[in-house]
Write a protein that binds this ligand. Structure first.
Ligand code: AMP
Length: 170
């Protein structure tokens, strides 16, 4: 299935010069959504993933079904101030701006095997922050899976040694 055909690219969103990869057109396609989840999860079948960590907000849409497919639990990484219980924070640079991310302090037990899921790997700042949060809680980062990798932004350079899987490359 050609998933690229189902992704809409929107020029100059959210600001001039950014080509935004809009996955809502893929998500509304039942076969496309199902194939996306299968391709994100397939490298990790039978690898003993305990938890899928999804990054707000499109990482939630993809990470939930991936967790179900792998028989794993789901943990959200959220924008600051959204999590109700004690949380730890990590700041990061975006392709367009800066932000912070948080995870509940008790969300991961030491040694649990974790897969991080998000929609797009761009500059890698978001993913790096997520990797630091997971490892900071003692999680074993088994993989980082993305639907789209913007190869020209070289996000992998910010994630040296991390096992990265991307379904589509641009
Ligand atoms: P980065 O920290 O630069 O790797 O940015 C990754 C995050 O920003 C992901 O959570 C994406 O959802 C979002 N993002 C960055 N660039 C784009 C883009 N060109 N199209 C869609 N989403 C993007």
């Amino acid at each position: 299935m050609d998933l690229k055909q189902l992704i809409r690219s929107v020029p100059d969103f959210p600001k001039p010069g950014i080509l935004f990869y809009d996955i809502t057109t893929l998500l509304r396609n039942p076969a496309g959504f199902a194939d996306t989840i299968e391709q994100l999860a397939s490298p990790y079948l039978d690898t003993g993933i305990d938890l899928v960590v999804g990054i707000e907000s499109r990482g939630f849409i993809l990470g939930g079904p991936v967790a179900q497919r792998l028989g794993a639990g789901f943990v959200p990484i959220r924008k600051p101030g959204k999590l109700p219980a004690p949380a730890v924070r990590e700041s990061y640079a975006l392709e367009y701006g800066t932000d912070s991310l948080e995870i509940h302090k008790d969300a991961i037990e030491r040694g649990q095997r974790v897969l991080v899921v998000d929609d797009v790997l761009a500059t890698g700042g978001t993913a790096r922050a997520a990797s630091l949060l997971v490892k900071g809680l003692g999680g074993e980062l088994v993989g980082m899976a993305f639907l789209v990798e913007l190869v020209f932004l070289d996000g992998r350079a910010k994630l040296p040694g991390e096992p990265i899987h991307s379904v589509l490359q641009y």
